[in-house]
Design a protein around this ligand. Structure first.
Ligand code: KIV
Length: 264
């Protein structure tokens, strides 16, 4: 398999070759995911919930993400790795530049940050300094207290138009990838078709250029609330390697996500 780069991801969008992404936090799973052909590994700040046991992602620190990025990089030396910038670690462009340094030095190929217009100067500053950026719109978990819970975003015409405008602005500022979380499928289609850069969905239907899931949801080992958009592939296959292979195959063939995992 060709080594994944931002140029390869761009080409995959153009060729309608669906991009597979999974969260990974340690070397063993990172190695296994890479062996099963997962295109992109994300050290998500979801680790605050699935590893640390918090009820949201807000307690996660840059040091936490740095530690897990080092582990993932050790397990998957050739993988394309994205590291999340945690809550309040990129409130200003200056702070973002400080926060990305240990993440890139730990082996990340790209950083992901949540939000819209306020991030435009930050994205420009990072990309000008050689740090590739992935945006994240829709249900951005670091803003859970603004949203009043984990709710589908972009449901009204005005909210949908605003999200499309923000997606274009992130791209124009230099973002090279975009995650859309928990939005109606028709809006995900509009944004995916309007952007040059690849769009990765989670709870955004099968119309985006790729999919991402939290590995604990895919393996059915998350406790508490299980999101409608996730699928337990371990229950379906009974073995971890086969579960990952099934996820990759179902994303590539657009079987996953089905309408039962999507919002309209
Ligand atoms: O933190 C995370 O795992 C994420 C994904 C759910 C996209 O941001």
């Amino acid at each position: 398999m060709a080594k994944i780069t931002t140029a390869v991801l761009q080409k995959m969008k153009q060729q309608a070759d669906k991009i597979t992404m999974l969260t990974a936090y340690d070397a063993s799973f990172a190695k296994l995911f890479a062996e099963q052909g997962v295109d992109v590994l994300l050290i998500g700040d979801s680790l605050g919930m699935v590893l640390q046991g918090h009820s949201d992602t807000l307690p996660v620190t840059v040091a936490d993400i740095t530690y897990h990025t080092k582990s993932v990089r050790a397990g998957a030396p050739d993988a394309f790795v994205i590291a999340d910038l945690p809550f309040m670690s990129y409130a200003t462009p200056e702070q973002a530049m400080q926060s990305v340094t240990p993440l890139m030095q730990a082996g990340a190929n790209m950083v992901k940050l949540e939000g819209g217009d306020f991030l435009l100067p930050t994205i420009q500053a990072l990309t000008e300094r050689g740090v590739p950026v992935c945006g994240h719109l829709g249900l951005t978990p670091q803003s859970v207290h603004i949203f009043g819970g984990y709710k589908v975003q972009g449901k009204t015409d005005a909210a949908a138009d605003a999200m499309l405008a923000q997606a274009k602005a992130l791209q124009d500022a230099g973002a090279q990838l975009l995650v859309l979380e928990c939005i109606p499928t028709p809006l995900a289609r509009r944004i995916t078709e309007a952007l040059r850069i690849p769009v990765i969905g989670i709870g955004a239907g099968n119309v985006t250029d790729g999919q991402v899931l939290v590995m604990h949801d895919l393996l059915g080992i998350s406790s508490g609330y299980i999101p409608k958009f996730s699928k337990n592939y371990l229950a379906q296959t009974g073995e971890i390697r086969s579960a990952i292979a099934a996820y990759v195959s179902e994303v590539k063939s657009q079987v996953f996500p089905g309408t039962e995992h999507s919002f309209n």
